[in-house]
Design a protein. Structure first.
Length: 280
């Protein structure tokens, strides 16, 4: 009986040893997979201002409540639609995206707008939110931003923004109102309440992990998105943008700085190509 018990113990120990060896081998194989990801800070904001107005002036929406007390709607801008002499008239509206990330970045922006009628009765000011059939017509920089608002409400920057640890990257979002296009004035007391939600994610896995998107809204793999490299002139601070090129010297868009001809010069001050440095 002892012989059989000893034999049984030997068999059990052998099986356990094999299982332990198999599990150990599996665990060792499992943890052999490594991936190196740069982790850093992503930071961006939208700066709204009006052409011809002191950028330090308060542009946010100030209203009065039923007790005639004034308060500011933080992050909401009043855009005038009735008076061309209004400093905050729609034709003066400008907006830039300011990026200060120290890792490669993707951004998307949701413009929030509400057509509003304001009126005062018996000394009490009230606001009525009005319905709109479509988005308000503004001169967005659709050369650089993909309009996906009809799907999820966002404008997506079409390029990967290369990290910069020294200089803020400024990207125009709303440019000068449509040239030679007349704006049909609204009646008095109409205005547009306007603001933004901006989301910034790390380029590596950020769109998938944070936005749930394995591809760009236009169907491209995020890893294949063109990187917007910026090189700055050491003399006049002109920035060469690889997504734009240089029309003045017949350099087409999507020409990397390294691929520029050796005799290419700064279009502003004619500084040589060697006088530029990468914005990092």
């Amino acid at each position: 009986m002892k012989k059989y018990a000893s034999l049984l113990s030997t068999i059990v120990l052998t099986i356990l040893s094999l299982l332990t060896l198999s599990i150990s081998s599996y665990l060792l194989f499992f943890y052999e997979v490594e991936d190196t990801v740069e982790v850093g800070m992503v930071d961006s904001a939208v700066k709204v201002y009006f052409f011809g107005q002191d950028p330090e002036e308060n542009i946010y929406y100030v209203v009065e409540n039923d007790q005639n007390e004034s308060f500011e709607k933080t992050g909401v801008v009043r855009i005038g639609l009735s008076d061309p002499d209004d400093p905050q008239f729609v034709k003066n509206l400008r907006a830039d995206v300011i990026v200060n990330s120290n890792v490669d970045t993707f951004i998307r922006i949701a413009p929030l707008e509400q057509l509003t009628l304001t009126y005062t009765v018996n000394g009490i000011t009230r606001e009525i939110a009005l319905t709109q059939d479509d988005y308000f017509r503004l001169n967005y920089n659709f050369d650089k931003f993909y309009d996906n608002r009809s799907v999820d409400g966002y404008l997506y920057f079409k390029y990967k923004i290369k990290k910069s640890s020294t200089v803020s990257i400024v990207i125009p979002l709303i440019k000068e109102y449509f040239v030679d296009e007349e704006f049909f004035l609204y009646e008095d007391n109409y205005s547009l309440q306007f603001g933004f939600i901006i989301e910034t994610v790390q380029a590596v896995d950020g769109p998938l992990n944070n936005w749930g998107q394995s591809k760009t809204p236009w169907g491209e793999d995020w890893s294949n998105v063109w990187a917007m490299n910026l090189h700055i002139c050491g003399n006049c601070e002109y920035m060469y943008d690889s997504t734009i090129g240089d029309e003045s010297q017949q350099i087409p868009p999507f020409t990397d700085f390294e691929d520029l001809p050796g005799d290419w010069k700064c279009p502003i001050c004619e500084n040589s190509k060697n006088g530029f440095h990468l914005l990092t």
